[in-house]
Design a protein around this ligand. Sequence first.
Ligand SMILES: [Zn+2]
Length: 398
Amino acid sequence: MFRYACDRFPALVPVGAAGLDDLAFLDHERARRWYGRPVERSHWFSSTGTSGYPKPIAWTAEEDAWYVGEKQELFAPWLDGCGRAFISLAIGHNASTARQVMENLGLETDDAGLSALEDQCAAILAVAPEVLYCSPSILANLIAALERLGQRPTSVRRIITNGEVLYPSARARAQRFFGIGQADLMDTYGSTEIGTIAHSCGSCGRFHLLGGLYPEAAPAAVASSEAQVGGALDAVVLAVSSVKRTSFPVIRFVTYDVVRGLRRSLCGGAQRFTFNQILGRCDDVLNYGELFSTYDLGDLIGSRLPGTRWLVFNPDNDLTIVIEGTEPDGFREELRRRFPLHSRMSDLGLLDPPRLQFVGDFDAFAARAGLPTPRRGKAASGVRRLAPQPWWFEEPAR
Ligand SMILES: [Zn+2]
């Protein structure tokens, strides 16, 4: 890995460095200058997930080839005997290659793209796919919509998820609804910067990291998981190095994802890097299908209500924004314009629109919620994984 860094990204290797441990972790700040660099024969994707504001990130044709190839290899034995796939991943790097992966595996593929939720339900009922390949948010909304229709497709035998964190409750609901086992739902985890990072394993129940990746725990001074996801004993912020990416340096790259139980373990006769669970993200970053950045949100709130305090609650991929003060005219429209793709997907029923709450007495609200109040004027406010309770918003009668 160290040799790879020296050959490919010498700018990251300080004079006198003798091994990977001598290289600095690539956090938000240090990674910034590597975004948007001209790369020959590449195409661009936008990432907010690990980088704050959305930034362009290049993938070359060669990189796409290994990205698609390793997904095919991963899915091939597991999808053996399946004939039809239904994809609903909206847009992004993963969405753009999913059809190719399925078709290369010989599956007849229906890619819903950005179509309305009811049309997607109708397509699932008409096509009767054996495979669903969806983001967790869209999958949850598809299940809710099918349930409302009183329909429970019996064709589905395998589900692949990719995008946001698939929380245990969402996994259980999908397995129950489609009548499939734990090994029939593969959660894949990756990022636009890195590609596929890991997948859930039906045999050991842990996540396997893909080959060519070297995971480490980012030191607490670089990224801490404490505030956002609590202090689980074996939780660490994942940093990844990769010998596969050539146009972007995945060298001790900090993902800001918090995982539990990172270690080497034996599964299927091979030693590999594994972890138990992805708990969520930390460091003021919302990864809502890479569509919603708290940095943009902070800009918007700051422009309309300078100095005001605010909090974002993002449990189970739901989004509630709580802002101090009175709602300015036209604020909801501005919020929609600021996140056009998120708004479009909400209109299509694929995502739930963000809930917006203004509170007069912010200190009292924070006290009822049991949270420290964020400081005024901070660019991005803390993202909390808690589900806001209705009584937090009940202002006491005067
Ligand atoms: Zn395993």
